[in-house]
Design a protein around this ligand. Sequence first.
Ligand SMILES: [Mg+2]
Length: 368
Amino acid sequence: MIIEEVNLYKIKMKMKHPFTTSFGTEQNREFILVQVKNESDLSGWGECVTTERPLYIEEFTDSSWLMLEKFLIPSILKKNIEHPNQLQDYFRPYKRNHLAKSALEGAIWDLYAKSENISLSKALGGTKSTIEVGVSLGIEENIDNLLNNIRVKTEEGYKRIKIKIKPGKDVEVIEEVRNHFPDIPLMVDANSAYTLKDVDTLKQMDQFDLMMIEQPLTAGDLIDHAKLQRELKTPICLDESIHSFNDARQAIELGSGKIINLKIGRVGGLTQAIKIHDLCNEENIPMWCGGMLESGIGRAHNIAITSLTNFTLPGDTASSSRYWDKDIIQPEVRVENGLLQVPETPGIGFKIDMDEVLKNTSTTKCFN
Ligand SMILES: [Mg+2]
């Protein structure tokens, strides 16, 4: 297929509730949507899961926009793309910028699946028709708010609860949660807030029967994570550490963790995501798919990748209504009793609500 046109939309959407991690608090989500069109005027959509400021990784919305505009879109515009795997060759000269690459690649994967008249899940090699999801709860100043959030989400049927932690908001919080909910599948996410100096604090978490401790140390610290894992009974799950197939391979070889949280954007797109999936499958490393507070388009891509067999742990793809008053897709993503159905219709399997997209668009640019 020929990539005839690419459109970028800079979106601002206000989340229903502020979300706090050890990186800070967010309520206004600013990100980019990418629309690609082929010669038959079919459209594919991708989401660039950036944030306004480079707090999660080095990219931010304006840097990803520039990357797409100056380098990535010109490298594929008017090109004949037989399969989305080819994009890696076009993008290879440009270093990193994984969120931008992933957004454009994701749009082309959606377009490719639509042109083949198959679901994105099927195009990726997915086999599951239903996926299990958990929910991720931000840090709360007041413990009663957190306990109440857990109660509500458990009653809604989510398959596991993840709570965000940071120094000073950790062992006592987990203890309180466990006192109230002794049996729920529970995990914690530190978003890199600790160092090896905190090993005693982290070891205390072994008593709470956690499914995992996610990303306790800084992203580049594979060696330190390996040292820490040797000290802990609780499995370490790597999130921010895994930017590529090579990161995953080295982390597994070093023993830096026992579980991987894959985010499509962070690893540079679906093609890399499949490679990492296949490696983890061979090495018996369970995986799950994390979230970046996505709109429905990013959520739809997450559902599709989660349909691959080695995503054996519940992911973070909650209902649209958890984050948004109104999502930009139809129907909205709806979790029922902790389960999501994988769409079988062509591409991402959701219609784009263009009125809603345009209502939230601050800037748009057409490349043709
Ligand atoms: Mg995380």
